[in-house]
Design a protein around this ligand. Sequence first.
Ligand code: ZN
Length: 453
Amino acid sequence: MNIQFLGATGTVTGSKYLLSAGSAKVLVDCGLFQGYKQLRLRNRERLPLHPSELDAVILTHAHLDHSGYLPLLVKNGFKGKIYCSEATFELCKILLPDSGHLQEEEASYANRHGFSRHSPALPLYSEADAVRSFAFFSPVRFDTDFQVCEGLSAHLHRAGHILGAAIVSLQSAEATITFSGDLGRPNDLIMLPPSLIEKTDYLVVESTYGNRRHDSADPAILLGKTIRDTAARGGVTIIPSFAVGRAQALLYAIHLLKAGGDIPAALPIYLNSPMAVDATEIYHKHRQDHRLDYQQCEAMFRTAKIITSVEESIALNQRQLPMVIIAASGMATGGRVLHHLKAFAPDPRNTILFVGFQAGGTRGAAMIAGADAIKIHGEYVPLRAQVSQIDNMSAHADADEILDWLSHFSSPPRQTFITHGEPAAADALRRRIEEKLHWSCRVPDYLESVELP
Ligand SMILES: [Zn+2]
């Protein structure tokens, strides 16, 4: 076997691993690069092989940095099958067209206002391209072996993280290789803990929080205090969040805060996303994939008024009243949250609260670093609102939790590749694994190709 790292090296975005076994060629994850411009430009580079040469794609989960390149792969000639869990397929059916739609919108906005250096600005792919990719999906069950192509079988284990997320193991005649995907947390409010893996010859493990330990304080306490304090000064709490998955976890936490009297029961909560309604059904349908029962799911959805129309979304920006708005995207790289930031970031009564990892080069990372203005749609918006972050609500395992997950392997993999982390995080995790577990580790470079004997 041979693995080539086509993304998630030195960054948490662009996950794409090309695995070759004999004549078989499979891509594990097919994500978009996000954040720094030099990373985003890679979305427009050619892959080292023609997409038609690929036998299959296997997705660990639906987040766009793992799935968002698929429509382009199909547009450029991919003809194989896309394997993933049922819930991942259902989430992709919501997320990929939305991603195409946002890219079309951004391109047309840039063309109308003339702030793109490319003329005309072209989207990477359209909503219609995304819909065309659905025909290639072939959802599979968790915990069951399936044939990927001649000489290669695979198995999805539950990863926690978000609905449908999987740890993927692939087996050829010579060896097994396991991809952690994004590893969830042992005690998540909604998601189940990641499955324990006993054995693999090669391991590719994520390192988003490879140099950090999540605060042990209950994140709900900080969430409650932030929302309460902001409302008390007449402010709006804006929570940039991925609309499917993280948003639901937030709503459940807010439901518990309201039920416990920690925040005012009458405080309006809005989930502003055209995708949110569809997500409701998916949570009900995949109850075996998470911890909530029917009543808890219902309570979670009743917590927020769901805003789907553009008119209602714009209307929210006119009201400076205590409220909470949850809107995508989670790193403020695009989506409706940008319009809310334009409207609410200049007012010091308001709070912008981040609950997920903020990749370098994103507006989210800049705001947390203390920027006094953010560039949105070509113009600078002053940032006077309070900016805070609750790391502990993250859907990613921290360094201790990753180490703990690794310590359940019965024998060390021959080689462990550490990916999906910014350089300091990946290197810190490498050092910890080498020192604590004495495993052979390596942090691969972009486009590096490694033989797996
Ligand atoms: Zn993810």
